[in-house]
Design a protein around this ligand. Sequence first.
Ligand code: PEP
Ligand code: MG
Length: 548
Amino acid sequence: MVVLQGKSVFRDICVGPLFFYRRSQKSVLRRPIVDKKSEIERYRHAREEAAAQLQRLYEETVTTAGSANASIFEIHKMMLDDAEYVNSVENMINAQGMNPEYAVYLTGQNFFRMFVSMEDDYMRQRAEDVKDISSRLIDILTGESLKNDELPREASIIVADDLMPSETVRIPGEKVLGFVMRKGSVNSHTAILARSMGIPALVEVGDGLLEEYDGLNAAVDGYGEKIYINPDGKTLSSIRERKQQSDRHRIALGELKGKDNVTLDGRRIRLFANIGSLEDADKAKANDAGGIGLLRSELLYLGRDSEPDEETQYEFYKAVLEKFEGHDVVIRTLDIGADKQVPYLGLEKEENPAMGLRAVRLCLRRPELLKTQLRALYRAGVYGRLNIMYPMITSESELIGLKEIQREVISGLESEGADFARQVPVGIMIETPAAAIISDRLAAHVDFFSVGTNDLTQYTLAMDRQNRELSGFMDTHHEAVLRLIETAARNAHRAGIWIGICGELAADETLTGSFISMGIDELSVAPSMILPIRRRIRELNLEKQDGK
Ligand code: PEP
Ligand code: MG
C-alpha cells in the first residue's frame, strides 16, 4: 500500500480504480503555405467553430454545474477574441507565411509564458486558460478530437497533473468518483467543480503519484487528505466505516432542512449565510439559509485588473437578490485594504495595513468608488429585500460622512428618473472595539448591527488574524470580546434595532447558547455550517441553562 498526502478540496471518501488522464499529444508542425488569404480564412472559421463549441459547453455546464462554474467558458470566448492574440496569429500567417496551426501553437506558448510570469494570482491562472483555447483551435484546425481511449470506461478516480476546464467537463460525470491532482490548487477549476459536484478531490499530491499506478485500486480520504493506493483490508474497512458515518451525518443534517431555528424552550434566532459569489448563493439556498447575512462585495473587486463598473455590480447584486427573493440580503460595501489588496486602485504601501486605509476609510477618501457601488446597490434593490452594511466603523462622524454620500447618490438617481429602491435599511459592522464601546451612540444612526468577530478579536486582542505564530495566544473565546458583543447587543435592543453576528464565531457551536442568551437576533455562517448550527440550536434548553 502506498499513502500520499494532498490538500482536500471536498471532504468525502471514494474507492475505485485510478484512471490517469492523458492529454492527446499533438505534434504541431510548421509547414509551408500557398495562399495566405485562404489560411487566414481557415483560422477565422476555426475561431467561429471554437466560439460555437464554447457556447455549447457553457450551456451544458450551466445545467450540470451552475452558472458560476460555467462562466469559465465565457472567459474563454473572450480570450478567443482578444485583439492581441488574434493579431499575433494573423501576423505570423501573413508576415512569416506560417500555417495557422503552428501560428496558434506559438502564440499560445508566448501568451502562456507571459501569464505564468505574472505576479497576480488571477492572471497566473489565466495561463492554463490560454493553453486550453489554443489547443481547442489546434484540434479544430487539424480535425482532431478527443479519442475514446482517453476517457475512463468505468467510474474511476481521475488523476492528472491538473485538468483544464474543458477537459474536466468533457469527462462524463458518472465516470468520475473523485479527482486527484499532482498539482492543481484549492481554487483551481477542477477544485471548484469537485465542490459543486460534491465529490472528493485532492490537489497538490505531488510527483509520488506514479503512472505505473494506473488502473490500481485506490481510496481517497478527503477528511484525512490522503490517497491510499492498493489499500490493505484494514485500511479499506476503516475508510468505509468513516464513509458510512459521514453519510449518516449528512442524511441526519439534511432532515433539518425546512425546520425552525428554535431552542427546546422556544427561543428563535435567524440563521443566515455568508457569501461572496453567486455560486455561494446557490449553496446557501441548498443549505436552507433564511437569508444572506453578509455578502462580502469586495470579492467582486479582487482578482481583476480594473474596478468593476456600475453595470457589472448591478447585475451581480440583482442576481443575488433575485435568488433570495422574499428574504433579507445584507450586502456589505467594499472592504478593500489590509489583507485584501487590488492593484488597480494604486494604493500606497502601508507599514500597518490592518490599521490602515481600509474599508469605509478608503471610501470616504475616494467617494467615487463608493458612489458607483451605492448606485448599483440602490438600482438592484428593486429586485429583493436589500440591506446595506458598512464595514470597519469606528465613529459617528464616519457614519455621517457615509450618509452624506448616500444622499448624493439617491438624489442623483432621483433626478435621472432611475428605477431604484427607496426604503433600504442601513446597518454597520461592529468589528472594532471602538464601535462596540460606543454602540449606544452608533445605534441612533442605523437600522441594524452585525458583529464581525474576526476583526473584533484581532483588534481587541491586538493580534494579527493572519499570523499563524499567534495561534497559541489567540483566545477566540476571550472574555473581552464576549463582553463587547454583549454591550453591542444591549445597546442595539435599547435602540430598538436588531443585531447579528457574521464573523467566524457565529459558527462556533460551543457559543450558540451564550449568543442566544445575550439576545443576538441573527447568526450568519458559511453555507455548510447552517444545518450543524440549526441542529445545535434545536438541542438547546436555555431555561435549564444546559446550553452555555
Ligand atoms: C469579520 O471581521 O468578522 C468579518 C465578518 O469580516 P471579514 O472577515 O470579511 O473581515
Ligand atoms: Mg472584518
